[in-house]
Write a protein that binds this ligand. Structure first.
Ligand code: C2O
Ligand code: CU
Ligand code: CU
Length: 495
């Protein structure tokens, strides 16, 4: 067993240049910290004020300055040296409306290159919009600008770095923020009457005030930290009026940790998934959120006044000792439920708030023109690198993997041939899940990230619209993405 681990270690080290750059920049970053009179501040982070926690568009425009920096950040009641947007973890929440122009002047004050991705937004993947092929060197700036389409659905989206090879590290160290589009769903009267609470779920590993480098085995599996936070806090308390409604808007911003959520004594009424509103609320006892996924649920304050806990229940995402999983190092998942947050009843309302009926319309996609198959796997060849693959290949920025025609519907069959679960994510266009493991999907919903459990098949349907250009699809366990599980798709105009 030990031998396998050592080999793994070597192979991972030797793998991609970024993984080694990773180690080098960590070293550089420690030196920079020491140079600044022991403040532990990274480069330009010194003296910069923290960003506001919420930035809303006005008069049809959201214009803001944002930086990526390394330095002290408040986290779970203490201070840790993290990567952040504007000195906050999570980063500032950005809010726009359909039709708004977004201008984001980004300054890279990190000790390494980075870029930005606007996860789930239906905006161009080219130019200075949601272009993950851009690279912003350390110390440089770039202005992102794009328009939110007039018909963009309301929903919970987010932003995070997307520079291949450094994504997992930069997100794990703290870089992620909500990007909210306000629209029709917010105007449904019952939804508008609910109290809104955002919850960014994110784990950290902190020791001596900083994040230790991952060990190669945990990196390969997808790194999980033992400090599990909600909006950068530990076990926050939220109040709920008796007879009232709480609208809980959840994001899994972890690189690899799954959240299997359950609230004591209360069902969760799902009203919105990654890409927007459902047609009507859907009652759940539990909600599983894989990395990158979002969901909105309504909670009814119809129980006895008291304090109720939102739990994260154990979930096995594979790679245990069986079925060759030992090659993944084996691991011990959380075996016990963990409290994430608490709901405390406050005074009673006069009139009890009803749940909404109809929320919106989820268009039915037509019959697919093309059916494609994507096989997710990994390769551990003696003496070579550990690779996470799609159709047997690791990511290559110079290779075009998939060409789709705009204005058509396609069906994608995602096959997980490995021993670990992989959440599959597509940029730019949301999709609908058709079936999981052969079972038809009960809900018509817009998704951009879907869990494909080890050994199973998920079929999804996607209508490719407007924006031409190159984008990517990948596993949203960001360590797997950095280790190669990503491909390039080009949206092409019809001939
Ligand atoms: Cu949330 Cu390609 O990423
Ligand atoms: Cu994305
Ligand atoms: Cu994966």
């Amino acid at each position: 067993m030990k031998k396998t681990h050592e080999k793994t270690h070597l192979r991972l080290r030797g793998h991609n240049t970024r993984s080694s750059a990773h180690t080098i920049s960590r070293r550089k970053l420690l030196v920079a910290g020491a140079g600044l009179a022991g403040l532990g501040l990274g480069l330009a982070a010194r003296g910069r004020p923290q960003s506001a926690s919420l930035l809303r568009s006005r008069g049809g425009a959201l214009t803001l300055d944002l930086d990526g920096r390394y330095g002290p950040v408040r986290l779970a009641g203490r201070t840790a040296n993290l990567f952040s947007y504007g000195g906050r973890v999570p980063g500032p929440r950005l809010e726009v409306r359909p039709g708004d122009e977004v201008t984001l002047r980004f300054a890279n004050a990190l000790p390494e290159p980075t870029n930005l991705h606007f996860h789930g937004l239906h905006v161009p993947p080219t130019g200075n919009a949601d272009n993950v092929f851009l690279e912003i060197p350390e110390g440089e700036q770039l202005t992102y600008s794009f328009k939110i389409p007039e018909n963009h659905p309301a929903g919970t989206f987010w932003y995070h770095p997307h520079l291949h090879g450094l994504v997992a590290k930069q997100v794990f160290l703290g870089m992620a923020g909500l990007f909210v589009v306000r629209g029709e769903l917010d105007e449904v009267p019952e939804v508008a009457a609910a109290r809104e609470q955002f919850a960014v779920l994110k784990d950290f590993a902190i020791s001596g005030g900083r994040v230790p480098p991952p060990n190669p085995r945990e990196f390969m599996r997808g790194r999980e930290g033992s400090l599990v936070t909600v909006n950068g806090e530990l076990e926050p308390e939220w109040s709920l009026e008796r007879g009232g409604l709480l609208r809980l808007r959840l994001l899994n911003a972890s690189t690899a940790r799954f959240y299997r959520l359950r609230l004591d004594d209360h069902p969760l009424f799902l009203i919105d998934t990654d890409g927007g509103a459902l047609e009507e609320p859907y009652e759940l006892d539990e909600l599983l959120l894989a990395p990158g996924e979002r969901a909105e649920v309504l909670i009814r304050g119809d129980r006895e006044p008291g304090r109720y806990t939102l739990w994260n229940l154990p979930y096995d995402r594979g790679g245990g000792m069986g079925m060759g999983g030992g090659m993944m190092g084996g691991y011990a998942a959380d075996l016990h439920p963990r409290p994430l947050a608490h709901l405390v009843y406050s005074a009673s309302r006069q009139a009890v708030l009803p749940l909404p009926g109809r929320l919106g319309r989820v268009a039915e996609l037509g019959q697919p023109k093309t059916i494609r198959r994507f096989v997710l796997g990994h390769q551990m060849r003696p003496g070579r690198v550990v690779a996470f693959t799609i159709n047997g290949q690791v990511f290559d920025p110079r290779r075009l993997d998939t060409r789709v025609r705009l204005g058509t519907v396609e069906e994608w069959e995602i096959v997980n041939a490995g021993v670990l679960d992989h959440p599959f994510h597509l940029h730019t266009n949301s999709f609908q899940v058709i079936s999981r493991a052969g079972r038809p999907e009960p809900l018509r919903a817009w998704k951009d990230t879907v869990l494909v459990p080890a050994g199973s098949i998920v079929r999804l349907r996607v209508g490719f619209e407007d924006f031409p250009g190159k984008a990517v699809y990948h596993c949203h366990i960001l360590e797997h993405e950095d280790l190669g599980m990503m491909g390039i798709v080009r949206f092409e105009e019809g001939a």
